[in-house]
Design a protein around this ligand. Structure first.
Ligand code: NAD
Length: 264
């Protein structure tokens, strides 16, 4: 089967710049012929997203801050008006106060816990519910998670808890929408240097540890993640839903560091 997204239309949420994971995904989708709409958070990011969207032949860009439910509703209304229906959705959104992405998880505040959960986890459910109403011929939905959901990664703290809930949401949404032919999956990416990634204390050291210890001896590029996303968003993965698919150079299968690292 040839991978083609010709005739498919989808919404990409989470491009901040050309280092964003969502940008790697967008390039792969556009390369396969998909038509894309983009959201951006705030005018400053909008200035960056507009030329990027244009590079992929899209002039369909919409402001959306997921903390404000009315802006989510406006995004869905705009999609409905211009396209009528939707084939896929990419949710690549995460946020937590960087002052709490260091030190002890136990010191997480109630306010930041709630905000992190709403932006990084619950927004996925709110948007999927609304987007599903536009997926009249079935569809595919994708979110982005990280291995700090199941194993303790220093400084990832409350984001790890939010990602665990996001992965559980992926499974529950897959069960809710499977009967309507809508698939819901997550990619668990290894560390990538992005704006969001830089908010985590010691991000460079963690990235370098992954490069030394992953079976492939490298971390994924945004193009690696784009390729896997294309699979999950296209008919190539027609029988797959509720999965958390690792794109991390195999790091998640390891328990000890490599022998080279252990012996030094
Ligand atoms: P990024 O900074 O490029 O993207 C994060 C996006 O989230 C930005 O576009 C930002 O505008 C958006 N966002 C944050 N708060 C928002 C809000 N209130 N409303 C709307 N949008 C909001 O960083 P990225 O690393 O590409 O992050 C994309 C996703 O990938 C996130 O869910 C992140 O947790 C996940 N992820 C990242 C890594 C990594 O190492 N960078 C690894 C695994 C998973």
């Amino acid at each position: 089967m040839v991978v083609s997204m010709q005739g498919k239309r989808g919404l990409i949420m989470g491009v901040a710049n050309n280092h964003s994971i969502a940008w790697g995904i967008s390039k792969a989708l556009a390369g396969a012929g998909a038509e894309l709409a983009f959201t951006y958070q705030g005018e400053a990011l909008g200035k960056r997203v507009k030329p990027l969207a244009a590079e992929l032949g899209s002039d369909f860009i919409l402001p959306c801050d997921v903390e404000d439910l009315s802006s989510v509703d406006q995004t869905i209304a705009a999609l409905k008006e211009r396209w009528g229906k939707l084939d896929f959705l990419v949710h690549a959104i995460g946020f937590s106060d960087k002052n709490e992405l260091k030190g002890l998880y136990a010191d997480t505040t109630r306010d930041n816990f709630t905000r992190t959960m709403v932006i990084s986890c619950f927004s996925f459910t709110e948007i999927t519910k609304r987007a599903a109403d536009l997926m009249s011929d079935g569809g595919s939905v994708l979110t982005l998670t990280y291995g700090g959901s199941t194993r303790v990664i220093p400084n990832y703290n409350v984001m790890g808890v939010a990602k665990a809930a996001l992965e559980a949401s992926t499974r529950y949404l897959a069960a809710d929408y499977g009967p309507r032919g809508i698939r819901v999956n997550a990619i668990s990416a290894g560390p990538v240097r992005t704006l969001a990634g830089a908010g985590i204390s010691d991000a460079r050291a963690i990235l370098s540890w992954n490069q030394k210890n992953a079976p492939l001896r490298r971390t994924p590029t945004i193009d690696d993640i784009g390729g896997s996303a294309l699979y999950l968003l296209s008919d190539l993965s027609a029988g797959v839903t509720g999965e958390v698919h690792y794109v991390d150079g195999g790091y998640n299968i390891t328990s000890l560091p490599t022998l080279e690292v252990l012996r030094n």
